[in-house]
Design a binder for this molecule. Structure first.
Ligand code: SAH
Ligand code: SF4
Ligand code: F3S
Length: 441
């Protein structure tokens, strides 16, 4: 039996793709090795979103190289966004790599492994959805669903359009059938994935075209699916129909991740985000009007080229005003093949770090304040396993996507009811109610 080891970096799309890589390898008769040293095939599914992601991966790649020196038969494969963006250089810089493939060419890995090819191969076309491959899911009760691949935006800082190609949507009937199958396999929560989910469907043939809101409504009807999440919507395409869907569809969770990136209209313009601060705040107002309790999270970049102190102050005031339930905050990192990397007025690292610290303070303070609304409430929690900080307690997630650590007895994948007794910026804590083990909602 041949054995593989796969390490995944990056976003949920990569988590999804890795489940498909594993499914495909197991269909070919491979089994998962416990460690890299025990594997005949060492694989990496890579990310290149920021420089740190690259550095982390390269350290792992060198470790794989050391193993290969001791066992020269070992095959090393590199997939994902880093491989795609460095397709010219991969084999020149890392000659011990046997196969490299972009996110649109996962299926070619099987072709390589079943061929007699002894020379290194690279596969970098944009074709096919990894969603078409069999999956080996990490959790039996949660499933990723790839609704589209690629991105048609041109955000000046972002490498993704060059690593994932143009946006292509999957057929809605095929998606619904996949979700029905997931439900039949025991999945209770699905997360719909795309770089810009609410532009879903615009490229589909007229007779099968659905909007994202219509797709959500169809998924909501699938029996057994009790929670629907999606990521990420783009503020420019966030319309009232999707916001209403949150109010109307029982399975659609009370959480919207709406990446703002900056609170300054002039920075947003240079980022090519195609909305202004005001328009973003209008979207937030619409969400709050229809869904007062909905959790709202975001992504923010500090230190984009040319960001002045007053631009940054605008980001702080926006974060203050919106009051996010949580945010991913990033230091701007220049990326190859992006417009912003060529801009003149790059911000010194110390300034970026100082800005990040100030932003994190505001984000955390507001998130802590927001989280207090849950204290005293009883919330439905999907159990994900033992608490990471205290193994005698359990950890799960509310529909608002808040992590809860709680006392109680339940199995992974159960829905339970938890009385919330405390809240910090990141997590809630509580006790499982005697009403526990509710079967779903
Ligand atoms: N398609 C999604 C996710 C993109 S990547 C979306 O548009 O929301 C996730 C986040 O990484 C982005 O929202 C952005 O905040 C951050 N990011 C992307 N490129 C970056 C860069 N060059 N430097 C720092 N952060 C970056
Ligand atoms: Fe990158 Fe912008 Fe596309 Fe998101 S929408 S993947 S940030 S180019
Ligand atoms: Fe995801 Fe990283 Fe690619 S965030 S889309 S794996 S560059």
């Amino acid at each position: 039996m041949r054995r593989y080891h796969l390490t995944t970096f990056g976003c949920q799309m990569n988590e999804h793709d890795s489940e498909r890589i594993k499914g495909m390898l197991e269909a070919l008769g491979y089994e998962e090795a416990r460690s890299r040293a025990e594997a005949d095939l060492i694989l990496f599914n890579t990310c290149s979103i920021r420089e740190k992601a690259d550095e982390r991966f390269i350290a792992h790649l060198h470790e794989a190289h050391a193993l290969k020196r001791r066992a020269p038969e070992t095959v090393i494969g590199v997939g994902g966004c880093w491989a795609q963006s460095l397709k010219q250089e991969v084999f020149a810089e890392f000659p011990f790599v046997d196969v490299a493939f972009g996110p649109g060419q996962v299926h070619k890995l099987a072709e390589f492994l079943t061929s007699d090819s002894l020379s290194a191969q690279g596969y970098f076309e944009f074709e096919g959805f990894t969603g078409h491959l069999p999956a080996k899911r990490a959790r039996r009760y949660q499933g990723w669903v790839q609704v589209s691949v690629g991105c048609n935006c041109a955000c000046a800082y972002c490498i993704v359009p060059s690593t994932r190609g143009r946006e292509v949507s999957r057929d809605p009937d095929e998606l619904v059938a996949e979700i029905e199958q997931l439900a039949a396999d025991g999945v209770r929560e699905v997360t719909l994935l795309g770089q810009n989910v609410n532009s879903y469907g615009r490229d589909l043939p007229r007779d099968s075209r659905l909007t994202f809101a219509e797709l959500l409504a169809r998924v909501d009807l699938v029996p057994g699916i009790e929670r629907i999440r999606y990521t990420s919507p783009h503020p420019k395409d966030m319309r009232e129909d999707v916001i209403r869907a949150h109010a109307e569809l029982p399975a659609l969770c009370e959480h919207i991740h709406l990446p703002v990136q900056s609170g300054s209209s002039s920075v947003l313009k240079r980022m090519r985000r195609t909305y202004t601060r005001e328009r973003y705040l209008d979207r937030v107002a619409m969400i709050r009007e229809h869904l007062p309790d909905c959790a709202l999270t975001t992504d923010i970049i500090v230190g984009f080229p040319g960001e002045t102190d007053s631009d940054f102050e605008q980001t702080l005031t926006l974060a203050e005003e919106v009051g996010y339930d949580g945010a991913f905050t990033f230091i701007y990192s220049p990326r190859r093949q992006t417009e912003a990397a060529e801009m003149d007025d790059q911000i010194p690292h110390e300034v970026k770090v100082a800005r990040l610290e100030r932003l994190v303070e505001v984000i955390q303070r507001r998130a802590t304040e927001r989280a207090q609304r849950f204290v005293g409430r009883t919330l439905e929690v999907l159990v994900e396993g033992p608490s990471r900080t205290d193994a005698t307690r359990l950890r799960g997630r509310t529909r608002h996507n808040k992590v809860v650590n709680f006392d109680g007895l339940a199995d992974e994948g159960d829905f339970v009811i938890v009385e919330i007794t405390g809240a910090t910026s990141q997590t809630l804590s509580g006790e499982m109610s005697l009403l526990a083990r509710a079967a779903g909602r």
